[in-house]
Design a protein around this ligand. Structure first.
Ligand SMILES: *Cc1c(COP(=O)(O)O)cnc(C)c1O
Length: 343
C-alpha cells in the first residue's frame, strides 16, 4: 500500500447513502448492486460494510464476481444468469442466478432447479423473458425468490417509465415469486410506486446522482488523491504537456501529479478538472497524459514534491466537465490506486 495515488473511500458516506435510499423506499428492502467490483471501489469491502448495516440482497454481473464474494457468505444474485459454462460454479451454492432467457430457465430446471430470480423484459429490450412467459407455463416449478425488471430511462422524465411500471404491475398475481423488484438508484428518486418489495441501487450508493430528487440525499464516497512527482515554474511563453495545449501567459507555478487516463482520470479533464489543497482550487493545465497530469499551484505555495492533493470528483460535476457518465467515472477507476477506507 504505497502507490503514488489512492482512492479515499468514505465508509460512513456509503452506509449513509444506503440508509437514505432504504428510507426513501419505505417498507421495501434495499439491496446493493456491487457488480464491476463494486463500481470500482472494491466489491468485498463495499459488501462487508453494507452487510454490517443490514443489507441482505447483493447483485453482481458474473459468476467470477460472485465467487470473489463467496468467503463473506452473503446472499448474492448473478444478474447475467447461467450459461452452460457457469453451471459448475452455480451448483456450488455460493450465489444464485437471475434467469434471463427461456434457455436459461430450461437449463436451470434441467439441473435440478433451486433458488433463482427471474428477469422479465418490460420494454428495455435488453435482458429478460417476455411478460407472456411469466403468466404461461414457462416458469412452472421454479423456486423464484424475486421477479425483477429494469427501467430504460429512469434517469429522465420519460413516458417509458410509467409504461414499464404499468407492465410490471400487471404481472402481480401471475407469478410464484416471493418478491417483485423494479427500481435502480434513479427509480428510487422517481417515487415510491417504483419500489415494490426490493430496490436495487448501485450508482447512488457510491455518490452518483442520477436524478435531481436525490441531489440533497446522496453523499460523495470516492475522492482520488495523487502525489506530486515534480514542482516547477513556467515562464511566459512556456507550454505544457502533449500537444502544448496550455501556454503560460505569466510566471506560473505547476505541479505534476501521479495520475492519468490509465487510472480513469480521463482526457476530458484536460484544461477543465481541478485538484484541491485546503480551500485552494488547483486547475488542470494542458492535456491529461496516461500516467501524469499537470495542475497550477500558484494558490498553494507550500505544496512540494511528495505532497498529496485531492482531486475534485463530485460525480455530477465531474461527469459534466469530462463528458463521461458518472458510471464510467466510477468503474474506470484503475487497479493502480491503493483503496483506503476511512470514516
Ligand atoms: C446495475 C443494475 C442496477 C443498479 O443500477 P444503478 O443505476 O447503478 O442504481 C440495478 N438493477 C440491475 C438489473 C442492474 O443491472
Amino acid at each position: 500500500m504505497n502507490a503514488p495515488h489512492r482512492l479515499r473511500l468514505d465508509s460512513a458516506a456509503l452506509v449513509t447513502n444506503w440508509r437514505a435510499l432504504a428510507a426513501l423506499s419505505g417498507p421495501a428492502a434495499c439491496g446493493a448492486a456491487i457488480k464491476a467490483d463494486g463500481y470500482g471501489l472494491g466489491a468485498v469491502e463495499v459488501a462487508r460494510r453494507l452487510a454490517h448495516a443490514g443489507c441482505h440482497d447483493f447483485f453482481v454481473a458474473t459468476w467470477a464476481e460472485a465467487e470473489a464474494l463467496a468467503p463473506l457468505g452473503l446472499p448474492v444474485a448473478v444478474l447475467h444468469g447461467v450459461r452452460e459454462e457457469d453451471m459448475a460454479a452455480a451448483r456450488e451454492g455460493f450465489a444464485w442466478p437471475v434467469l434471463n432467457t427461456e434457455l436459461q430457465v430450461a437449463r436451470w430446471r434441467a439441473a435440478g432447479g433451486g433458488r433463482c430470480d427471474v428477469m422479465v423484459d418490460t420494454g428495455m429490450s435488453r435482458l429478460g423473458v417476455s411478460a407472456a412467459a411469466v403468466s404461461d407455463s414457462t416458469l412452472d416449478g421454479l423456486e423464484i425468490g424475486t421477479l425483477m425488471s429494469h427501467l430504460a430511462s429512469a434517469d429522465e422524465d420519460s413516458p417509458l417509465n410509467a409504461r414499464q411500471l404499468a407492465a410490471f404491475t400487471a404481472l402481480k398475481g401471475h407469478h410464484s415469486a416471493k418478491r417483485m423488484s423494479l427500481a435502480n438508484s434513479a427509480a428510487i428518486g422517481i417515487g415510491r410506486d417504483y419500489a415494490f418489495d426490493l430496490v436495487r441501487p448501485g450508482l447512488a450508493l457510491y455518490g452518483g446522482v442520477p436524478r435531481a430528487e436525490l441531489a440533497g440525499t446522496v453523499r460523495q464516497v470516492v475522492t482520488p488523491e495523487a502525489q506530486i512527482l515534480q514542482r516547477r515554474r513556467l515562464q511566459p511563453g512556456d507550454v505544457i504537456g502533449y500537444n502544448a495545449l496550455f501556454t503560460a501567459e505569466r510566471p506560473t507555478e505547476v505541479a505534476i501529479l501521479n495520475l492519468g487516463y490509465a487510472d480513469g482520470y480521463w482526457r476530458g479533464f484536460s484544461q477543465r478538472g481541478a485538484a484541491r489543497h485546503g480551500d485552494a482550487r488547483l486547475p488542470v493545465l494542458g492535456r491529461v497524459s496516461m500516467d501524469l497530469t499537470a495542475i497550477a499551484v500558484d494558490a498553494a505555495p507550500d505544496l512540494a514534491e511528495g505532497d498529496w492533493v485531492a482531486i475534485d470528483y463530485a460525480l455530477p460535476e465531474a461527469a459534466a466537465l469530462s463528458g463521461m457518465s458518472q458510471y464510467e467515472l466510477l468503474t474506470g477507476l484503475g487497479k493502480r490506486f491503493d483503496r483506503v477506507w476511512v470514516g
